[in-house]
Design a protein around this ligand. Structure first.
Ligand code: NAD
Length: 355
């Protein structure tokens, strides 16, 4: 399978990590750190070690798993650990894990001593097709998603289907939501092909296509000044729902589950504001309802959700801005929507499982 290039970063596919040793040797790094969470230490580190049998000269930095730990307290702990290890600016950090690890590890690396090199080895489907690619790093503040972060590209990204073998089904489905999003915003034929594929047994070519779409968009607009905003389809409402669930701890959602909810709501808004056809809205709604478990967005949470949307990073001059579909395969950005219609879209989602 070919590699993809992204502004100096190479995204390697299915290489069994073979080029990694060369990158480490060429970089003449003073130290190498592998950053994991408790699960990826236990499950993915043995795979990493088995693929790189000759490589043992690294120190392990481990954090607790889960979105609730993607915060500044854990970053301070990691920065201090790097200091304890006497890490200088010439060291390398390898992020081995899901999107929480690649987001937080990238953030820690891009800020430690004003920036050290890092490499992403994403081990969830979600981080392979989305989080590890494109250079967005970040952490949550008070459970508001990705409030602090940087745009910093990793030195390289390695996508290996080997890591997905241990991933729970729910996490596969979570990543699949971002793949569907890539089809919805940029490639109608790809969306149709996903509808006939099994997320539990994905063709690596489908993963490649998803990364290719993301990479194309971020290469055109690395700092999200314009077209990159289309990658946020489903995320204005999805992030608010995810943050609310994290805060209330009533029922935790995976990132993909939250984004799937957001995509149904924002497909409704696309129909109202961007001429997405009735048939396409029905198609998208039915597809998400067939894949993802029903969830109720409690009407008592609507005001809090609107407040969370007001913190969204795409907003300008206090106006909540959406990325919405004109049709399947084509997305507009900077769409203004009234609060009344946002609330209607939440009700539309709540009723969609009964349609
Ligand atoms: P995650 O990192 O929390 O991983 C999900 C769970 O799977 C964790 O418990 C983890 O320990 C476990 N796990 C990881 N790899 C495993 C494996 N191979 N086998 C078994 N278990 C494994 O979550 P995620 O869904 O990968 O990522 C979500 C995060 O990504 C969110 O914070 C989201 O905001 C972020 N994100 C970032 C971007 C970006 O552009 N930077 C894009 C999309 C999402």
């Amino acid at each position: 399978m070919a590699n993809l290039e992204s502004a100096g970063t190479t995204i390697y596919f299915e290489t069994s990590l073979a080029p990694l040793m060369e990158i480490i040797e060429q970089g003449k790094y003073s130290k190498v750190f592998v950053f994991t969470d408790g699960n990826t230490s236990e499950i993915c580190l043995p795979v990493f070690r088995s693929l790189l049998a000759d490589f043992s000269e690294f120190d392990l930095i481990e954090t607790d798993p889960g979105e609730e730990n993607k915060n500044i307290d854990f970053c301070i702990g990691i920065w201090k650990t790097l200091l304890d290890f006497e890490a200088d600016r010439k060291c390398l950090m390898i992020n081995l894990g899901g999107g929480v690890i690649t987001d937080m590890g990238g953030f820690v690396a891009s800020t430690y001593k004003r920036g050290i090199d890092f490499i992403n080895i994403p081990t969830t489907l979600l981080s392979q097709v989305d989080a590890s690619v494109g250079g967005k790093t970040g952490i949550d503040i008070d459970n508001i998603k990705n409030m602090v972060g940087t745009f910093t590209l990793p030195k390289a990204v390695f996508i290996e289907s080997e890591f997905l073998k241990t991933l729970p089904e729910r996490e596969l489905l979570s990543g699949f939501a971002e793949m569907i999003k890539h089809g919805l915003i940029a490639d109608a034929a790809y969306y149709q092909s996903l509808k006939t594929s099994d997320y539990r047994n994905l063709d690596p070519a489908a993963v490649f296509r998803s990364v290719e779409i993301k990479n194309q968009v971020v290469t055109e607009d690395p700092q999200e000044q314009n077209i990159r905003k289309i990658l946020n389809f489903g995320h204005t409402i999805g992030h608010a729902v995810e943050s609310y669930a994290l805060n209330s701890r009533s029922k935790t959602l995976t990132h993909g589950e939250a984004i799937a909810i957001g995509m149904v709501c924002e497909a409704f808004l696309s129909h109202r504001y961007c001429n997405l056809s009735t048939e396409e809205l029905a198609d998208i709604t039915a597809y998400f309802c067939s894949l993802y478990p029903a969830y109720t967005i409690e009407p008592a949470s609507f005001d809090a959700l609107l407040k969370l949307m007001q913190s969204d990073k795409k907003n300008e001059h206090g106006q909540i801005l959406f990325s919405l579909l004109e049709r399947i395969g084509h997305c507009e950005y900077n769409c203004k929507v009234t609060e009344k219609d946002i609330l209607e879209s939440l009700n539309y989602y709540n009723e969609s499982y009964n349609k």
